[in-house]
Design a binder for this molecule. Structure first.
Ligand SMILES: O=c1[nH]c(=O)c2[nH]c(=O)[nH]c2[nH]1
Length: 307
């Protein structure tokens, strides 16, 4: 008996990058662009490649990369969710011994801008570091009605200079924080919607494009809701604000089963300037504190309707 066994494994290609130009069928100069970074990791009958040095089952990671690029050329990649489903069905149907995979695609934010009062047809401004991320986990033995698909807004950095409070918290001998009804609130939004396969439909229907409008609308709404609530609410805490955002997104997207937020609380501390001629700061000059930061996460589900 050998000393060890393979407990788990997966492999593939990460950081496969492309820029796809989508051209309007009538107006060849009317474009959309997608700059994407793809990671495909395969699961399946690969054990002997680890345990016996038998490379026979290995689909080389180079082939995985080529496949991603050829499929990106041959098929529509907008929206990412559809392209992820296309990749998943391709790898799991082409190779019998590929039992499943994970696909992660990150899309950079290129947005058209106005020129002479009109939206440019083919000129874009980079609005990084914000990204859209799609993650798909599929195991073909469970069939195309079972998969885990999520869509995220990542690194959407926001700040409000008032309408944020924090008071009424637990106080003990370790507490030095002063309660406040007026503080700066800043965070890098990381919001994730988990899609419900039962409500969305099978992976084939996602890959066919019949769900494109659902994905686009949900993403647009989630981004709008996040920014809207952030701006309008007099925030009692990061916790309460993120829960309100998640609830509002669930109301707008019936095919989403959970909404999660992961928010750093990026602190800005008021400088005490009284040492200089008793100068009052009046909430005007802050120190952006690089670390430490609060980190607050939640996952919000939908209550079943009462009968
Ligand atoms: O919104 C907040 N939530 C906290 O849990 C917390 N903790 C803290 O020190 N400041 C804040 N702010």
């Amino acid at each position: 008996m050998s000393y060890s066994y393979l407990a788990d494994s997966t492999y593939g290609k990460d950081n496969v990058k492309f820029l796809k130009v989508k051209k309007d069928k009538q107006n060849k100069k009317l474009h959309e662009v997608m700059e994407a970074t793809v990671c495909v990791l395969l699961k399946g009958d690969f054990d002997v490649s680890y345990t016996e040095a038998d490379n026979a089952p290995i689909v080389p990671t180079d082939t995985v990369k080529n496949t991603i690029l050829i499929l990106a050329k041959k098929y529509d990649t907008f929206p990412l969710e559809k392209f992820a489903a296309k990749l998943a069905l391709h790898f799991t149907s082409k190779y019998d011994h590929v039992s499943g995979l994970t696909v992660k695609i990150t899309q950079d934010r290129w947005v058209k801008y106005d020129v002479d009062g009109k939206v440019s047809q083919h000129s874009f401004v980079y609005q990084g570091p914000e990204k859209k991320i799609v993650f798909l986990d599929y195991d073909k033995k469970n069939g195309p009605n079972n998969y885990a698909l999520s869509t995220s807004i990542k690194d959407l950095t926001v700040l409000k200079s008032t309408n944020s409070m924090f008071y009424g918290y637990n106080v003990c001998e370790y507490t030095t924080l002063k309660p406040t009804t007026d503080r700066i609130l800043s965070t890098d939004i990381f919001a994730t919607m988990d899609w419900c396969p039962e409500k969305l439909g099978c992976l084939n229907s996602v890959a066919s494009g019949s769900k494109d409008a659902i994905f686009d609308k949900a993403y647009f709404n989630a981004r709008d809701i996040t920014l809207d609530i952030f701006a309008k609410e007099n925030s009692p805490s990061v916790q309460a604000t993120m829960f309100n955002m998640a609830t509002a997104i669930l109301k707008e997207a019936p095919q989403v089963s959970y909404v999660s937020y992961e928010l750093p609380n990026k602190h800005y501390f008021l400088f005490d300037l009284k040492w200089f001629e008793g100068l009052e700061n009046d909430n005007e000059l802050f120190y952006p504190s690089p670390h430490p930061n609060g980190l607050i996460r939640c996952k919000v589900g939908r209550n079943q309707a009462k009968l």
